[in-house]
Design a protein around this ligand. Structure first.
Ligand code: SF4
Length: 472
């Protein structure tokens, strides 16, 4: 078993959440306790069991009440919309007040089977949305062959009164639908089908959804992921979907578990969200150091302005860590492909700490990278590169713009000499470290080819184009 498919990858700080399954269904009657035990053994820390009708919602609630780690959602599936009446709404409203209810659903539109007339499905969907709005609970939406109506209705409500939140479960729509849902603030949840061999379009969407909007689920007992396709599904198998998501996004299974789990905790308000910023955090095979949240720029695309998390790691610091604390957090640097001085902020604002810890890392046989905005000489009032020579294996420097005017517009630097200082830093870095790359963010106003040419004139061949809102 390789590292990526090893269940123990989730067993320490990282865990999984199955955000959508149907534990009340008869397929689990014979072995429900075993199903739950296997889920916990596979690193599934929370499960949301989702009602698909009134009876099913009551049963889901009962199961949730008998297990701390299980929560419930109350709703009527669009298939049964034709039977929905005033009494149904009353029952759902009562269930929504239960302490174990964390969402309204599943609800939505299914034009594939059309078990209920279209107009009736739409009306019942709207009743669920209104209940979600009244209770402040997130909405769990099912949409099959009904993209247009689903988006139109959600858009109406989101724009009429902000605050509606939710997830499109077992996503099977197109890229445009995914983008529109993300723009509305909705989450997108992937189930077993993303692992199927013929799901290349879905795989492309799973690779592209922003970190802070992706969830995973089993939809058990249905839709078992590969390699168990065709068997009854169960919450433990959510790990296969996590592993596929990791492979598609070029991250580790542990990264995928952390990212999707933090999103689940945030959306459903369950479990314990990390309260304090971490000072060292793994991404892929590297270890990143969060040494400061300060920066001399205010870039329009900076993710610090939009949230506190990167790849599921909480990075908002209450105080800046000391060199000793960072060394303790690193442990053995050789365990990682590289130790990356980073933020949430500009690491060279703490030059002394960078130098001390980088020296320690090198002595222990590790590799050092510094991710910087290139204003280190400016903020420290001297040429700091000779002090870093021998301590740094690679620099990743944010060039961000092809000229000073664009840089000022996009990065709003505190210092007016920032762009000139950045260019000088890049030329100096080439002489100081064996590996230098510059980065630009794909955003309006940035001329990537002009940036590449500028980097070339400064002696840097390696330019990386970063996607907007994607970090790490
Ligand atoms: S330089 Fe980096 S950390 Fe600073 S504001 Fe810009 S994107 Fe954020």
């Amino acid at each position: 078993m390789n590292k990526k498919s090893d269940t123990s990858a989730y067993m320490n700080n990282d865990f999984l959440v199955d955000t959508h399954c149907h534990l009340d269904m008869s397929q689990f009657d014979a072995d429900r306790p075993g199903v739950l035990e296997r889920a916990q053994a596979a690193g599934v820390r929370h499960i949301i069991t989702v009602g698909s009708g009134l009876q099913s919602s009551r049963a889901a609630m009962e199961i949730a009440h008998s297990h701390d780690f299980i929560y419930a959602a109350a709703g009527v599936h669009p298939h049964d919309a034709k039977d929905f009446d005033g009494g149904s709404l009353e029952t759902l409203t009562a269930l929504a007040k239960d302490i174990k209810t964390v969402a309204i659903g599943e609800t939505g539109l299914d034009y594939h089977y059309m078990h209920s007339p279209k107009e009736v499905q739409i009306e019942v969907f709207k009743r669920h949305i209104e209940l979600a709005r009244e209770t402040g609970l997130p909405l769990i939406v099912h949409s099959r062959e009904a993209e247009k109506d689903t988006l139109r209705i959600l858009n109406e409500y989101v724009h009429a009164e902000p605050g509606l939140k939710g997830v499109l479960h077992c996503f099977s729509g197109g890229m445009e639908m995914a983008e529109e849902l993300v723009a509305m603030g909705f989450y997108i949840s992937f189930a077993g089908p993303v692992t199927f061999k013929k799901s290349s379009a879905l795989a492309g969407i799973a690779a592209a959804v922003p970190d802070e909007r992706i969830l995973i689920e089993t939809d058990a007992p249905y839709l078992s992921p590969e390699p168990l396709r065709g068997n009854r599904n169960e919450p433990a198998y959510v790990r296969y979907t996590a592993e596929k998501i990791a492979q598609l996004r070029g991250i580790t299974a542990s990264d995928a578990a952390r990212i999707t789990s933090v999103n689940a905790l945030r959306l459903f308000g369950i479990g314990e969200m990390p309260g304090e910023g971490v000072i060292a955090y793994p991404i892929r095979e590297g270890l990143y150091l969060n040494i400061t949240n300060r920066c001399t720029n205010n870039c329009s695309f900076c993710v610090r302005m939009k949230g506190d998390f990167v790849k599921g790691h909480m990075l908002r610091l209450r105080r800046e860590p000391s060199a000793r604390e960072l060394e303790e957090a690193i442990g053995d640097p050789k365990k990682y492909s590289e130790i990356v001085f980073c933020g949430y902020g500009e690491p060279l604002m703490r030059l002394d700490v960078v130098k001390e810890v980088a020296k320690w890392v090198k002595e222990k046989g590790g590799r050092v990278r510094i991710n910087t905005n290139g204003q280190g000489n400016l903020v420290n009032g001297r040429d700091i590169l000779p002090e870093l020579a021998g301590l740094v294996d690679s620099f990743s420097i944010s060039l961000d713009a092809q000229d000073e005017e664009t840089y000022r517009k996009l990065c709003a630097p505190l210092h007016k000499e920032a762009f000139g200082a950045l260019l000088a830093f890049i030329s100096g870095a080439v002489k100081c470290a064996p590996d230098v790359q510059v980065t630009v963010v794909e955003t309006e106003g940035v001329d990537v080819e002009a940036c590449r040419a500028l980097a070339g004139r400064l002696g840097v061949k390696n330019l990386r184009v970063r996607k907007l809102d994607v970090v790490g």
